[in-house]
Design a binder for this molecule. Sequence first.
Ligand code: URA
Length: 214
Amino acid sequence: MSEAALRQVHVIDHPLVQHKLTLMRRKDTSTKTFRQLIHELSALLAYEVTRDMPMQEVEVETPLEKTTGRVIDGKKTVLASILRAGNGFLDGMLEVLPSARVGHIGLYRDPQTLKPVEYYFKMPSGMEERDVIVLDPMLATGNSAVAAVDLLKRLTPRSIRFVCLVACPEGIANFHAHHPDVPIYTPAVDRGLNEHGYIVPGLGDAGDRIFGTK
Ligand code: URA
């Protein structure tokens, strides 16, 4: 992995984030608890991923006098969820970013080529002026994340960031080979991928754990 790409991985080491992720990894954590935890974690991740968003000064009148304050600059942020597990991040992130717009990206893996193919893509208008936060809990092979950002870049948003719960070296290398300009925000970089494409130690299938489909 190049140095530039490594600099673009933000490992979120905050104790609250690490604590919640550890509880989510436990195999006997119930669907209800897993959902509650991803909800809480999402709000904390939103706080970190928006840390360097551009701001502008505005005038504000308090009950005592006029002063200046700062607000996030530009049009609304877009939360771009990679279906279906990315949806697990939405409620918690929207608590912190209540005016954010939400986009969805559906991809499936072609059984012949094993490449991701788009089946759904819906973003708000005016993407050129928006900052996008791409959501997918597991950065495993990185193929879906690469394809999702390929699609988003056609709309030339002002910026793109990628957020996950768990990444691995293979996924980071693949993602940054294609998109070295897109920073990754993750609480964990795990050891690697197993022969089924799961992150180890990981937390299992994030979609199944969020939606209780196993
Ligand atoms: N997708 C998941 O949900 N989990 C993994 O470990 C890898 C991909």
